[in-house]
Write a protein that binds this ligand. Sequence first.
Ligand code: PLP
Length: 310
Amino acid sequence: MKPIESMGDIWMRFLELRDSRIDEISLFGRKFYIKRDDLLESRFNGNKARKFYKFLVDDLFDIEEIVSYGGAQSNAMYALSNLAQLKNKKFTYYAKTLASYLRENIEGNLKNALENGMNLIELNSCEYDIFLESFKSGEFAKKLYIKQGGAEKFAKLGMEILAEELNHDIDSLNLKNPAVVISSGTGVSALYLSKFLKYDLFTTNSIGDMEYLKKQMLEIEDYDIGTIGFLATQKKYHFGNLYRELYEIYLETKRAGIEFDLLYDCKMWQALLENLEIFEGRDIVFIHTGGVNGNITQLKRYSFKEYFVI
Ligand SMILES: *Cc1c(COP(=O)(O)O)cnc(C)c1O
């Protein structure tokens, strides 16, 4: 059996690596700067490492169990299973009844989370809806309840630290009229980043349409989101579906020696490439949000080409 690293060791490594580097990479015939959050401590990689940072440094002394819900392959689920394991807490996760294919082939984030001791509770759609209606986030009776995808105010701390790193590094790189780009799911990351970042921030929607993204952001905290640039795509993309152009972006970046996740970052690249003309004369810093471990299951689906939505 692999010796389990002590919590202290993992924290130290995490804290050391927290300050991820910026690489200059040539992609799609242009120069980009990539903030390598994918290289953060692998169990708390990318966006979710930033988002759950507060709980990593907090001792969660009064908490016995972490409770959350959402998709059965979610990156947030996997990150929380790691958090729970590290902090020696129970982790209960509610999801809709698994599709039979997934049940017979448990893999990716679900497999890893179950191996971390996650207690999965499956609900049929009706039960799931009732569960959602009664769900309240926060601390109650030694349990910490976290909304789907970690769309909560606690993300602020980690995003403030990310913004400080960017402010500092972009200054020292002397970039030309810099523009920072980050993908969005719930939008909580982009929302808080925009508060602390000195530079212009751009994002796009991956879950639901642009109006839904803005609405979700404002539900988290009533900030002025007028400073954020929202980049639209011509076509509507449905989260989790397969698209030839996203797969091609994946392949091209992979050829250049860097892998991005297919669900969020490849969609962000698509929106960015469709709107490149507004970045004339500007240096672009693309935040790699990690989550490439989620690619295993997506890539398998892409290998059955008939699933392509053209
Ligand atoms: C969760 C996630 C996002 C989206 O973050 P939000 O704060 O929900 O907008 C982006 N990229 C990756 C890889 C993620 O796991």
